[in-house]
Design a binder for this molecule. Structure first.
Ligand code: MN
Length: 301
């Protein structure tokens, strides 16, 4: 496939848990693309760090009372749109390769969990679902930032514009955990009545999960998780850390309810930028991916 690198991928959970592509139900798609990061760089190293950390996960999930891997055959795809190797890839090319790869995975009936890489990649992923499905779906955005700028630092494909590109596709969105945005984004949220679940409200409102679920207007949803939506105390490895994010249990309880109440068509986990001398971020992100696989298998069982 296009723009694959020769870098060998470490399969999620390790080589002994790698299902064949044909047999797999879940495909992990690592996309180590980074071009428009504006503050702390390093998200192109996120997918590899997450996959390496996943080998250390315990396979038994106490919440779901099972070994998730037994119920979900997982295949890890090779890297695509990899900016760690030359020649440089444009954002436009990355979006094309991402869209084409995800389109093939959808066609083959796979449940896709993409790993970033910068958040702008999500435009290409969501576009593949928009083309494949003939009905609108809601994009649930876990994020510290609005990401709704029309353009940023001269690019409409900046990480800071990803949700604006999705809104421009005509898809409804549900931003969750937002605590940093500009006036342009605040005005857009008001003008389009975008149902934001603000981080400061989540922190004080014990009923926020059911209130958020009630705001989803479509049976199908796509979940995009910018890991900076999580509190930086358990997720310091991000490009733009913001205090006051989602707790582990707040996030996972919310995700479980989304899987129970809606048909999740696909997910991504973006913007992991590992820090030196700490594995907290990549291990938390790896466990989050295992939770997504578990919640998906749980509703299918
Ligand atoms: Mn983001």
């Amino acid at each position: 496939m296009l723009l694959q690198t020769s870098t060998t991928v470490e399969p999620f959970l390790g080589p002994e848990f790698q299902a064949s592509y044909e047999a797999s139900q879940v495909v992990i798609l690592p996309i180590p693309f980074e071009a428009t990061t504006s503050y702390r760089k390093g998200c192109q190293n996120g997918p590899e760090a997450l996959l390496e950390a996943s080998v250390q996960l315990d396979y038994y999930d106490d919440e779901l009372d099972r070994e998730t891997w037994r119920d979900a055959l997982v295949h890890t795809h090779s890297y695509i749109a990899d900016t760690r190797s030359l020649p440089p890839i444009s954002s436009e090319k990355m979006l094309e390769v991402t869209r084409d790869t995800v389109s093939q995975l959808i066609q083959d009936g796979k449940f896709v969990i993409a790993l970033g890489g910068e958040h702008s990649i999500t435009t290409g992923i969501v576009d593949a679902y928009r083309i494949a499905l003939n009905e609108p779906f809601t994009v649930i955005q876990i994020d510290a930032h609005g990401d709704m700028r029309y353009e940023y630092e001269g690019s409409i494909h900046s990480h800071a514009c990803v949700m604006r590109r999705i809104i421009d596709m005509g898809l409804p969105t549900l931003p969750v955990g937002i605590r940093s945005l500009c006036k342009e984004e605040a005005d857009l949220i008001k003008a389009q009545s975008i149902p934001v679940m603000w981080a400061r409200e989540i922190a004080k409102n014990p009923n926020w999960i059911e209130q958020a679920i009630a705001k989803i207007s479509t049976p199908r949803v796509f979940i995009t998780i910018d890991v900076d939506g999580i509190d930086p105390s358990i997720m310091p490895g991000v490009g733009t850390p913001e205090p006051g994010g989602l707790s582990w249990y707040g996030l996972t309880d919310f995700l479980r309810r989304v899987f129970e109440t809606h048909q999740v068509i696909g997910c991504d986990v973006m913007e992991l930028a590992p820090v030196v001398d700490s594995v907290v971020s990549q291990f938390t992100a790896a466990k989050l991916v295992y939770k997504l696989i578990g919640y998906q298998a749980n509703v299918k069982r």
